[in-house]
Design a protein around this ligand. Structure first.
Ligand code: SF4
Length: 282
């Protein structure tokens, strides 16, 4: 399903590409302000080391949140590409909003919102934008993620290790608006699309409450188990890291036997690297 604004954006970009439309100085100034804010946030704001539930993490698997709260020192160090990736996301958001403005798409800009779970638990965050009374998020995605993860709401929901669904549900509930969806921009080639959300709000908010309980528990309950490795359709007897754990910063302390090795059965000259949790016979 296409968003009504998509046509307007395509029309503006087509005109801009052929030199038939321009960008106002006011919009350009706003992009500059947004990117300046992002630079200050990424480079000049002290990172909050203390664990807090935020809209940006409430939808994540509860086991990741458990580690973040109870064993933060065991996180793998962030790669040096981290800050650049965050900046790319911020720049894409600023430019995408500029394109929306110039395409005459009416929207309300970011706002801070707070969701009260109970008397002692509140979760805060800042949503990206509201169009037609529905909260939308802007995501910049790798080519793979654009094609496969953001293929549809269902594909996103089924492998949502970054908690995007819970995040949008939280924003919608806290702002008393509908959950719209995700504007996704492909970082590799500039394509964009809209992925509408079909969130079961009751279920998502229930998951948030369960996450809060799990984080406060003394015991880690893993959400995923290692998967059997297959070669030419047959199990090799080795166990590999669950794909939902791939980007988890705690995978090494969660699975102490985890090691990255060349694919054990591969006959390729340069086998791909695989994260093994258990080798056959161990
Ligand atoms: S490695 Fe997997 S199971 Fe362990 S905390 Fe991370 S997401 Fe959960």
């Amino acid at each position: 399903m296409h968003h009504p604004a998509e046509m307007m954006i395509h029309q503006y970009l087509e005109n801009a590409t052929s030199g038939k439309s321009a960008m106002s100085q006011e919009t350009i100034e706003q992009v500059a302000v947004d990117i300046k804010d992002a630079l200050n946030r990424q480079f000049n704001t002290k990172r909050d080391e203390k664990f807090r539930l935020r809209m940006s993490n409430i939808g994540r698997p509860s086991c990741q949140l458990w580690f973040e709260k109870n064993k933060p020192e065991t996180a793998l160090p962030k790669p040096t590409t981290f800050i650049m990736n965050m900046m790319i996301g911020d720049i894409v958001e600023a430019v995408f909003k500029a394109i929306l403005r110039e395409s005459n798409v009416k929207f309300e800009n970011s706002e801070d919102v707070t969701l009260e779970i109970d008397k002692k638990t509140t979760i805060s965050g800042s949503y990206d934008l509201v169009i037609n009374d529905a909260v939308d998020d802007i995501k910049s995605a790798s080519d793979w993620s654009y094609k496969y993860k953001f293929d549809s709401y269902e594909t996103l929901h089924s492998g949502d290790s970054f908690g995007y669904v819970g995040q949008l549900a939280g924003y919608a509930q806290a702002s008393n608006k509908k959950a719209g969806g995700w504007w996704v921009v492909n970082k590799a080639n500039g394509q964009f699309k809209y992925v509408p959300a079909h969130i079961d709000m009751e279920k998502e908010l229930d998951k948030v409450k369960k996450n809060i309980k799990a984080v406060d528990s003394d015991e880690l309950v893993r959400c995923f188990e290692p998967e059997p490795e297959t070669f030419r359709g047959k199990p090799t007897g080795n166990m590999v890291l669950n794909k939902n754990c791939t980007f988890c910063s705690y995978r090494q302390s969660c699975w102490e036997t985890l090691r990255e090795l060349p694919a054990q059965m591969s006959q390729a000259k340069e086998p791909k690297m695989v994260q093994y949790v258990k080798l056959k016979g161990e």
